[in-house]
Design a protein around this ligand. Structure first.
Ligand code: FNR
Length: 425
């Protein structure tokens, strides 16, 4: 109600409440590279459009005279208490938008009481981001490295720092065909962004040092072993890495010595993911961590079924915001098909195209237990730092609350397809 009153008393918010205006305002302040990387999608952009069109095919039918004045938006997902069924999606390399990005996002998320999923390609060491969350819970998102000891090291750090669940992202074993980044000749990772989780990792730095000594004591240890473009990219990445390191005295800098930044970027490019990731890897996970496990990027009902058969605790239905496979199925359509297969019981979250509280309402009615907010929180970060992140999340939650009040749902469990939705498809 505070937001509503402010908005109707002639006070203009720093962060627009209209999702399209929010994106437009952020586009105005982002650098060309950040715009390509954050706003852009894979290929022709068809998946991003499909994500939105899927929401447009469902309509809410509000119920009148329900008499409820109190609403309870709280819910629980795999032992994590949520004040509203909303979480902050993992986003890598966000320093392209604002330096110290992960800590700023954490502060904003914590101020909104919203759990945040830290990316393996974050720009701040996870221990530092965790401190900025205070008492608000957070989860850790893993990109599975080809180096198995590194996988264990990252999981171990996340558990030690207090992660309440582990999310393994499946859909990015290779980077998608990102036309906007490609046409700018600019991929953030080759420029040293999103490497902080690695350079703050003892196992990763062990690999870097092994590589340096194997290459001899030359000033540019890995130069000549790869294409010139890659070495140049790694060199510029090393500069970014050093400037990031200066901002994280407790974390990254201590782990970087003179010859290491360039070797670190090169090593990162070689081992951050495993293009051969398979169900056999996932089978090993249960024995490698005590915290709940979720798989992110599931779209096919067979994959969803298999995940639960293997004993994972939850899945996140996602097409990575349309950034991986062009002409992929819309995330919301995949959710419907998956719920038809696996029933209502297993834990299923959704992201990709969620822009408003009304979107969250529709996703919940179609069986999502909670939604992740992706690009919009980055737009908030671009416009007003942690306050911008907080405002974006507050707005989504406030609109969900209002939608529930106007449509006649008192609790999250009340929001069902039978009660509220019709489809125009
Ligand atoms: C992402 N996403 C992502 N996902 C992940 O598991 N690890 C990551 O490091 C990243 N990095 C990343 C960077 C940027 C700039 C964006 C926009 C997205 C995907 C993210 O978690 C989420 O799935 C999508 O953003 C959801 O789609 P919308 O809400 O952006 O449409």
């Amino acid at each position: 109600s505070t937001i509503y009153r402010r908005g109707t008393l002639g006070q203009r918010p720093t962060v627009p409440t209209d999702p399209d205006a929010l994106e437009a305002a952020a586009v105005d302040v982002l650098s060309e590279r950040a715009r390509a990387y954050v706003v852009g999608g894979a290929g022709s952009g068809a998946t991003m459009r499909a994500n939105r069109e899927a929401f447009d095919r469902w309509q809410v039918v509000p119920r009148m005279l329900h008499g409820n004045t109190a609403r309870d938006l709280s819910t629980e997902v795999l032992g994590t208490n949520l004040t509203a069924p909303v979480m902050v999606a993992p986003v890598g390399a966000a320093d392209l938008v604002a330096p110290g990005s992960d800590v700023a996002i954490a502060r904003g998320a914590a101020a909104a009481g919203t759990p945040y999923i830290f990316s393996t390609q974050g720009c701040c060491p996870m221990e530092e981001t965790a401190r900025a969350m205070g008492d608000v819970p957070w989860w850790y998102q893993l990109y599975w490295s080809v180096d198995e000891p590194l996988v264990d090291s990252l999981i171990g750090r996340a558990e030690a720092a207090g992660a309440k669940a582990l999310v393994v992202t499946l859909d990015t074993t290779m980077l998608g065909w990102r036309t906007q980044d490609l046409d700018l000749g600019s991929l953030p990772f080759t420029q040293g962004m999103g490497v902080a989780q690695y350079t703050s990792d003892p196992r990763f730095m062990e690999i870097v040092r092994e590589r340096i000594s194997a290459a001899g004591d030359e000033p540019s240890p890995l130069a000549g072993t790869r294409g010139v473009g890659r070495v140049v990219a790694a060199a510029s990445g090393a500069r970014t890495l050093l400037s990031q390191a200066r901002r994280h005295p407790g974390g990254t800098r201590d782990n970087l010595r003179s010859a290491e930044p360039q070797a670190a970027v090169e090593t990162f490019l070689d081992i951050y993911s495993n293009p051969g990731l398979s169900w056999a890897h996932i089978e090993t996970l249960r024995d490698r961590t005590r915290i709940p496990l979720l798989l992110k990027g599931i779209l096919h009902p067979d994959d969803a079924q298999r995940a639960f058969d293997l004993g994972v605790d939850g899945i996140i239905v996602s097409n990575h915001g349309g950034r991986q496979v062009d002409r992929s199925v819309a995330s919301l359509d995949a959710l419907v098909a998956i719920r038809e297969r696996i029933g209502r019981e297993p834990t299923v979250l959704l992201d990709s195209g969620v822009r408003s509280g009304a979107d969250v309402f529709v996703a919940l009615a179609l069986g999502a237990d909670a939604c992740l907010i992706g690009r919009p929180h980055i737009y908030g970060l671009a416009l007003d730092g942690s306050n911008g992140v907080r405002d974006v999340l507050d707005n989504v939650i406030a609109e969900l609350d209002l939608t529930m009040g106007l449509a006649g749902a008192a609790t999250i469990d009340d929001i069902t397809r039978e009660a509220f939705l019709i489809t125009t498809r």
